[in-house]
Ligand binder design. Structure first.
Ligand code: SF4
Length: 284
């Protein structure tokens, strides 16, 4: 089961997205998938290229719309494991509405956000994850906006799986993606994935100095939502590991009648011309 293909990524050397690609490939193999059982959907941005770099079905969608496509795929074909992916601009700016509604629906999709706190593809503008004071071409005097807190937002929206990791910790990242793929419902994994070209503040060294591993927090219990929220607020969101998981809540698919027995992918959707003519007559 080899999820590598022969396409050479054109990310900058050192970009955090390389690790995310490797972690998806490893995790997919570790959970026992075959390439034809996996679909990777992406949005627009440097990270959006990832769907072309994995040996699976791939769909490079439009800006902020990886989740509608991913949810449609999962609803049509229950046998497909679906990963949606993109950057923080893609998922937390233009696509934020989709992110929140996918979370509350609890559709069985794993969403991996490569969070570099900047827009890289368009050469370095402030994103919804950039910190206040962050200077870029679009905010030369420093951003006057506060950064979005995606993990707190996900907990508030009713997420059943919330995790965060860091590109330089491939072992943890792979394990969290595996756990997300095994979770029955929506899993959100935010990955601190440094943009080495345009973000000179949130660098690998900066994250190494500032991140706390939840595995090292004594008594941390990822089934305790209140503790998860309090810990995120105490640490300003700078934690890695499994933040919260709720295995009790049914997924969207569990609640859709007929989903398991008659998935859309098994229907013959070819148009019967005689029925089409009858239908047209009804409207004439
Ligand atoms: Fe990665 Fe930044 Fe280069 Fe884009 S511009 S490939 S995000 S390092």
């Amino acid at each position: 089961k080899d999820f590598r293909n022969n396409v050479k990524p054109n990310w900058c050397p050192g970009c955090g997205d390389f690790s995310v690609q490797a972690a998806i490939q490893r995790a997919s193999a570790n959970v026992g998938l075959d390439p034809e059982q996996l679909a990777v959907v992406s949005g627009i941005g440097c990270s959006g290229r990832i769907s072309g770099y994995i040996n699976s079905y791939g769909f490079h969608g439009i800006h902020g719309r990886s989740l509608p496509i991913a949810q449609g795929l999962k609803m049509a074909n229950k046998d497909l494991t679906v990963i949606a992916s993109g950057g923080d601009g893609d998922g937390f700016a233009i696509g934020l509405g989709h992110t929140i509604h996918a979370i509350r629906r609890n559709v069985d999709v794993t969403y991996i956000v490569m969070d570099n706190q900047i827009y890289g593809l368009t050469k370095g503008q402030t994103s919804p994850r950039s910190s206040a004071g962050f200077k870029t071409k679009s905010t030369p005097q420093g951003s006057i906006e506060q950064a979005l807190s995606p993990m707190e937002m996900a907990l508030s929206a009713g997420a059943t799986f919330v995790a965060q990791s860091f590109s330089s910790d491939l072992k943890e990242l792979t394990a969290l993606i595996e756990a997300g793929l095994n979770h029955k419902g929506f899993s959100l994994i935010n990955v601190f994935s440094p943009c080495v070209t345009y973000n000179k503040i949130n660098t690998y060294d900066w994250f190494k100095e500032n991140l706390t591993k939840l595995a090292d927090v004594e008594g941390y219990d990822p089934s305790n939502r209140e503790q998860a929220m309090n810990t995120l607020m105490e640490k300003d969101g700078l934690v890695t590991g499994l933040i919260y998981q709720n295995n009790e809540q049914p997924s969207y698919q569990d609640l859709v009648s007929g989903y398991s027995e008659e998935p859309l992918s098994t229907h013959d959707l070819r148009l019967d011309e005689s029925k089409f003519d009858e239908l047209v007559k009804e409207f004439m």
